[in-house]
Design a protein around this ligand. Structure first.
Ligand SMILES: NC(=O)c1ccc[n+]([C@@H]2O[C@H](COP(=O)([O-])OP(=O)(O)OC[C@H]3O[C@@H](n4cnc5c(N)ncnc54)[C@H](OP(=O)(O)O)[C@@H]3O)[C@@H](O)[C@H]2O)c1
Length: 278
């Protein structure tokens, strides 16, 4: 199905972006796909990317915060934050705020955040979001996906009187992507040989894995559905912490400090703008 949209492939590696674009054009030659560079671990890069889009486009209909890493060893980003929570949560948090104005120009701007089942095991360490005291790779991943899912619901409540919606999607376990590139499942030959064939059987293909994302991004029936967590194209119950309003507010404020934005001001401007238009 061709919806006539311009697709911006926001990638950190131009060569990989080109290859992705070629694959896209093979199955859909009329697609209008443009490559733009952004590194979600670098707040300056995110700002430059958002500025470019603001100069070049009048609106954004759907922002899919897809980039994510797991099992990455401890590493600090250029801004001094831990890399997993930055890629999976701080980066998308900043980008979403910087693009809110463009999203508000759409009749139904949608933000889709890629979560994971692992968010259910996550804990929020408000005073140590960067896991400096005790870093465990899988805990850093679970925390980042929980934070992203809480952010989704919290933004939906802050912007409930606007046309922008926010939903989180769990794609399921998907094979054939590079998500497990840092996992022992792919780096250890023995583990690969013994576990992989079984996992392979039960995992989704990339085609299957992206169906819920597409559903959340384009299905007309979801125009007013916001603040939900989807799996297999159905609304499912997320972690109880996602409904903890006080914790969500504290997390939101702490994250604004880390990414250095005045979130309240950005939200108020978008709400005021939409009020005037309605
Ligand atoms: N696959 C699964 O089983 C699974 C399960 C649950 C949730 N998820 C979530 O689904 C999403 C997609 O995962 P996937 O399976 O497609 O994994 P993937 O193949 O590793 O794709 C992740 C994408 O994120 C990009 N990325 C990573 N760091 C980035 C950065 N700093 N700046 C810009 N882009 C960056 C990667 O770019 P490069 O190509 O340049 O590395 C890659 O294109 C992720 O959020 C993941 O956490 C996946």
């Amino acid at each position: 199905m061709l919806l006539g949209a311009t697709i911006i492939l926001a990638v950190r590696n131009a060569e990989k972006g080109k290859k992705a674009r070629e694959v896209l054009l093979k199955s859909c030659p009329q697609a209008n796909a443009i490559i733009k560079l952004v590194d979600l671990t670098d707040f300056v890069s995110i700002r430059e990317f958002a500025n470019q889009l603001t100069l070049e486009y009048e609106k954004i209909d759907a922002l899919i915060n897809n980039a994510g890493i797991i099992f990455h060893p401890y590493k600090r980003t250029v801004d001094g934050n831990e890399i997993t929570i930055t890629t999976n949560y701080f980066g998308p948090f900043l980008l979403t705020h910087l693009l809110l104005n463009l999203l508000s120009k759409s009749d139904n701007g949608r933000v889709i955040n890629l979560s994971a089942v692992a968010h259910l095991r996550g804990k929020i360490k408000l005073d140590d979001l960067n896991s400096e005291e005790n870093f465990v790779e899988i805990e850093a991943f679970s925390q980042s996906k929980l934070a992203l899912t809480m952010f989704t619901k919290y933004m939906a409540s802050l912007l409930k009187h606007t046309r922008i919606t926010f939903n989180a999607v769990n794609p399921g376990l998907v094979r054939g992507t590079r998500h497990l590139r840092n996992s022992r499942l792919t780096t250890s030959f023995i583990t690969k040989l013994s576990v992989w064939p079984w996992m392979w059987l039960f995992m989704k293909t990339p085609y299957q894995g992206c169906q819920t994302v597409i559903y959340a991004a384009v299905d007309p029936f979801l125009a007013n559905v916001s603040g939900c967590y989807f799996s297999n194209c159905e609304i499912q119950k997320p972690s109880d912490l996602v409904n903890d309003i006080q914790l969500s507010e504290n997390l939101y404020k702490r994250t604004c400090e880390i990414v250095k934005i005045d979130g309240e001001n950005i939200i108020n401007k978008v709400v005021e703008c939409e009020d005037k238009e309605i």
